[in-house]
Design a protein around this ligand. Structure first.
Ligand code: NAG
Ligand code: NAG
Ligand code: NAG
Ligand code: NAG
Ligand code: NAG
Ligand code: NAG
Ligand code: NAG
Length: 363
């Protein structure tokens, strides 16, 4: 199946199904690279006849799984009600699909015959930290994508292999990241930790993450804006926590930060340093569903600002433009202010000069 066919399948099965696919992988779609021979991420379960797979493919395949001939290095064992791993995973396996089973235990030799794994998908199982052997990932030096969303993990798995590029641990019960848990993951670009029970981030928790691009810490129990985040981060998601403010230095040094999501927190102007968001790299800022009464100072480079459902009752052009002139204006394209205590006629006359490239305002 090539990418056209996959898109076709997506359009045939409709938007709802496509969204489900998205959710399966922790909310961030898994993009596949056909040129590297990466397989389809759509479940084959119930869509193709297993006996047919077995009849046309002479290669060894665990009895519980399907091994389609068009992806010779993929083994699909998803949605089988498995309580344990299949024991005879063939050594050729690079892409192993085990999502939506009932697996709680991963013994030390779980993947000892499958050391060429590139992707290991274990979303929606019952994995328990105490039953996941500490060395089970030790020899997987080719592993790039490790997905363990929607399990019962209380800790970040140990012995993570150094080649990882994506680690998805969303919707578990992780309360604490251990110091240096990710210290050797210099190539990791995506780390999903949303939907866990994190209260604080320790000084060394993210040590070693030199390439991280997207970090999702939404839906945790954070009460303070975390210090010690990796400085390379470009997309930082902290929605649905218990944050009340940011300090002047909270975002200092984050020269790559482009997208910051802070919706559904308890942000108040009192606890927010006036210049906290004045960061020229920033493109999109989501502050919706908070308790702001006025608009904080925004960098003039910002293009998308979401402030809906706060308690904002004043609109001061100086939040967007310190001066207004031929070259001094705000880059804001979309501004949402609906669900506040503001009406269109309250906007001061000079706002149009400042927000001169605005496409949409919601008020
Ligand atoms: C997992 O086990 C529970 C009870 O042990 C069962 O109700 C459920 O259907 C199983 N899930 C799958 C995907 O087989
Ligand atoms: C690994 O392969 C050996 C030899 O084929 C086999 O005896 C063993 O059970 C396999 N181990 C696992 C965990 O599948
Ligand atoms: C990893 O490889 C080493 C050396 O080949 C071997 O001794 C060890 O048992 C392997 N560990 C696992 C968990 O498979
Ligand atoms: C995992 O957590 C779910 C929800 O909290 C619970 O129903 C289930 O029994 C747990 N599974 C195991 C194996 O502990
Ligand atoms: C990181 O990625 C680079 C470039 O793809 C690769 O050469 C290097 O071996 C990787 N490092 C590790 C530790 O896997
Ligand atoms: C915001 O940051 C820019 C660039 O770093 C700086 O020139 C400007 O003075 C800052 N604005 C305010 C209001 O502090
Ligand atoms: C807008 O903010 C500036 C700077 O904080 C302040 O000097 C000015 O009085 C404010 N204007 C209004 C109409 O509140």
């Amino acid at each position: 199946m090539d990418i056209q066919n996959i898109l076709l399948v997506l359009s045939v099965i409709g938007l709802n199904q496509a969204f489900t696919l998205d959710y399966d992988y922790g909310g961030i779609p898994l993009w596949i690279n056909r040129l590297r021979g990466e397989p389809s991420v759509l479940s084959l379960h119930g869509r193709m006849d297993s006996r047919w797979f077995r009849a046309v493919n002479p290669q060894a395949c665990p009895t519980e799984c399907d091994c389609p001939i068009q992806w010779p290095s993929s083994v699909y064992c998803d949605q089988r009600g498995l309580r344990n791993l299949p024991i005879d995973i063939p050594p050729r396996t690079q892409y192993l699909f085990l999502q939506r089973n009932n697996i709680s235990t991963l013994p030390a030799d779980a993947f000892s015959n499958a050391t060429h794994l590139h992707w290991l998908l274990l979303d929606h199982n019952q994995l328990i930290s105490g039953l996941v052997a500490k060395t089970m990932l030790a020899n997987l030096s080719y592993l790039e994508n490790l997905f363990m969303n929607h399990n019962n993990l209380t800790e970040v798995p140990s012995g993570l292999p150094h080649g990882l590029r994506q680690l998805r641990l969303a919707y578990n019960k992780i309360q604490k990241i251990s110091p240096r848990a990710f210290h050797n993951l210099q190539n990791l670009t995506l780390l999903l930790l949303q939907g866990n029970q994190l209260k604080t981030i320790g000084e060394e928790d993210f040590t070693g993450l030199l390439s991280i691009n997207l970090l999702d810490l939404s839906q945790n129990y954070l009460e303070e804006f975390p210090k010690h985040l990796p400085p390379s981060v470009q997309q930082l998601y902290l929605s649905s926590n218990f944050l009340s403010g940011l300090k002047e230095e909270s975002l200092q040094g984050f020269h790559s930060l482009r997208y910051l999501r802070l919706s559904h927190n308890q942000l108040r102007n009192m606890a927010l340093a006036p210049n906290a968001f004045n960061l020229s790299s920033m493109v999109e800022l989501d502050l919706s569903y908070n308790q702001l009464t006025s608009i904080p100072i925004m960098p003039s480079t910002l293009q998308y600002l979401y402030l809906e459902v706060n308690h904002i009752q004043e609109f001061n052009v100086s939040s967007f433009c310190r001066t207004v002139g031929p070259v001094d204006y705000s880059q804001i394209r979309i501004l949402r202010l609906d669900g506040n205590k503001l009406a269109y006629h309250q906007l001061p006359p000079d706002w149009v000069m400042c927000l001169r490239v605005l496409h949409h305002i919601f008020i």
